[in-house]
Design a binder for this molecule. Structure first.
Ligand SMILES: [Zn+2]
Length: 158
């Protein structure tokens, strides 16, 4: 690549199951060649955690190991693999994480409070775990920290 050349990063959804990993890798190679991209940014860990709860360390480890395999394989083709970590405030509930409290005192079903000490610790530990194994070129973090999706007037936690 020429110095100061425009770098194109392609966003491609990552996969949840090992059996689909090769499909992701082949798709990433095909798309990178098609668009002359030197980087692929994988959306992960996956969709759907709002319904099933905050991801476990076991799941993040599984995801990170697959990411590492994909990163090493893509490097053979001159493609860097980065990540877009999508699970932040609206990542699903876990019993020990502080929920967003609505104006009527009820708990929001899938959002954690950004002020919650347990939530902040869990989020940073989850991301650190992923990065320590996956070693992405870079990791973008979902920036939708809006509280209004769960509680129109914000969080009313004590
Ligand atoms: Zn709160």
């Amino acid at each position: 690549m020429k110095k100061n050349a425009l770098k194109v990063a392609l966003p491609i959804p990552f996969v949840e199951k090992e059996e689909n990993l090769n499909e992701f890798i082949q798709n990433a190679i095909r798309q990178a060649k098609r668009y002359h991209a030197s980087e692929v940014t994988a959306f992960l860990p996956s969709k759907g955690f709002r319904a099933v709860g905050y991801p476990t360390n076991e799941y993040i480890t599984h995801c990170a190991k697959m990411f590492k395999t994909a990163r090493e394989e893509l490097a053979k083709h001159g493609i860097d693999l980065a990540g877009f970590y999508t699970l932040t405030v609206k990542s699903g509930r876990r019993e020990d994480l502080e929920p967003i409290i609505r104006a009527d005192g009820s708990e929001a079903p899938f959002s954690s409070c950004v002020l919650g000490e347990n939530f902040k610790k869990a989020l940073s530990q989850t991301i650190a775990l992923f990065v320590s194994i996956a070693k992405p070129k870079y990791l973008l973090l979902e920036d939708d920290f809006s509280l209004s999706a769960s509680s129109i007037k914000g969080c009313f936690c004590p």
